[in-house]
Design a protein around this ligand. Sequence first.
Ligand code: ADP
Ligand code: MG
Length: 297
Amino acid sequence: MTIRRLPENLVNQIAAGEVVERPAAVVKELVENAIDAGASQVDITVAEGGRSAIVITDDGCGMRPDEITLAIERHATSKLPDGDLVEIRQLGFRGEALPSIGAVSRLSITSRTPDAPEAWRLNMAGGQVAAPVPAAHPPGTRVEVRDLFYATPARLKFLKTARTEMSRVSEVIKRLAMAHPHIAFTLLDGDRRRLDLPPEKNDLFSARLARLAAVIGRDFGDNALTINAERDGLQLSGYAGLPTFNRGNSAMQFFFVNGRPVNDRMLFGALRAAYRDFLASDRYPVVALFLTMPPPM
Ligand SMILES: Nc1ncnc2c1ncn2[C@@H]1O[C@H](COP(=O)(O)OP(=O)(O)O)[C@@H](O)[C@H]1O
Ligand SMILES: [Mg+2]
């Protein structure tokens, strides 16, 4: 048998199948990048459930043109400065999102650092990269993803209706927004405004409650207990809904570990056990719980 190395672009297209299997995953990667860049405002526009366009603008640290060029290379990241996989404090670190997205779509990155006189734009389409050119843009970054999966038609078939993809996109943004109440988020579906979350001021606790009310609903705050406990180096905080404020499924149970939204069976199970004596087995409490632990645990 002849063994050969796969061309870089094919590797990226294969990786894209795992890293960005649908529009909501693209949105998650790009919004996480904006959060990691220290943005205070993140604006997202999605058209046709993300199939035709996903545009994300932030006012974060931006990139110089040489950094934009590096950012779309596989395994290029600014987030593991000392190569330590134990102390991961940022949302990204694999350096796979941008090259994967650029391998399967028409990607354009426009970015400007705060002190730069102008912005630079890099285009990539189906893995082909053009040299960065000067562009007009305020400090921060704008990433446009058009025609997602045009370069890998087989993946297009897996997409659900625009409506379904859109609700997944919205779900991803809501969860990230709950974990980052001081950052403002907006979401446009075409020209329809789906989310408008202003930056919450004040300390983390009150900011969080205000953001949760904006996302889950005003009545959540009135029907929830504040949780703030610590044990064995683990800190649990957030809000747990009263048993009377319950739902017919677990869609309103939000867990975060070190600032990352997670869906973990063990956490859902622990919650079910905690409410067992207060709730019928087919009812689900509404909670937003934040677990913080030292990264090595
Ligand atoms: N919105 C952004 N603002 C500033 N820098 C960015 C942004 N998006 C990406 N980058 C830079 O590009 C690099 C590669 O991004 P990505 O492919 O998502 O990998 P990762 O987030 O795992 O590092 C990041 O490490 C970061 O330095
Ligand atoms: Mg990333």
